[in-house]
Design a protein around this ligand. Structure first.
Ligand code: NI
Length: 226
């Protein structure tokens, strides 16, 4: 289940990210790579512990909790502090699966990565190439979104970033441990939630709304891990 979540960051927040990052120091992206992905990863990152990464990461983190679609699709238990990467011309990230467990170097944070996320900070017209390609059982999906938009997808998916042929691609990336570990159950709850929202809009007094809402919460109670 891939979900596109538009406008997670405002244009002002995107501008702030770009501004700060222009002056920031970038390091080899392999600092957070696992054993296998190190062989295919060619990009740059803001050092995790840098002040810049922490300021911008906190801004992204806060924005996520104000995005109802993110809350509904991901059902976060804990979001790993967002990181930032940059691909210049020639850089790429070959096919890999993200590490299952992610620990923070400074904070007492250790999560199971259920959902992977990429938040686009560069505008699509600022670079060529750099598509995020995610494989699932229905084939491969290419993603390149407007600045400020987010894509979330199951962390179990094989994915890659195609080589950049012009410009630079800046993004934030992070993982979430979900209250619902199983992707099928998570997708089912998401569909149910979206249907309840549409029904509430179109038929606000429909008597089935109470039952459907009860079903949603009772399934969440059955399945959630806290
Ligand atoms: Ni990845």
């Amino acid at each position: 289940m891939m979900v596109h979540i538009p406008n997670v960051l405002t244009p002002e927040q995107v501008a702030r990210c770009r501004d700060v990052m222009m002056k920031a120091e970038w390091v080899d992206g392999n600092v957070t790579a696992g054993h296998q992905s190190r062989k295919v990863k060619y990009n740059l990152q803001l050092p995790e512990e840098s002040e810049v990464a922490q300021e911008l990461g906190a801004m992204v983190h806060k924005a996520l909790y104000r995005a109802p679609l993110f809350m509904s699709a991901v059902l976060p238990q804990q979001v790993f502090p967002p990181l930032f990467n940059r691909y210049d011309a020639g850089m790429t990230f070959g096919a890999h699966v993200d590490n299952a467990i992610r620990s923070h170097p400074q904070q007492p944070i250790r999560i199971r990565t259920d959902v992977s996320a990429t938040l686009f900070i560069s505008a699509p017209e600022d670079y060529d190439g750099g598509e995020l390609v995610v494989e699932d059982t229905y084939g491969s999906h290419e993603v390149k979104l407007p600045a400020g938009d987010l894509i979330v997808y199951p962390a179990t998916s094989l994915h890659n970033v195609t080589p950049i042929t012009r410009g630079s691609r800046i993004a934030s990336f992070f993982w979430t441990q979900s209250l619902i570990r199983d992707v099928t159950k998570r997708a089912l709850l998401f569909d149910l939630d979206m249907s309840i929202i549409r029904l509430t809009r179109d038929h606000p007094d429909h008597p089935s709304l109470v039952t459907l809402t009860a079903c949603y919460h009772n399934l969440l109670r059955q399945w959630s891990e806290t």
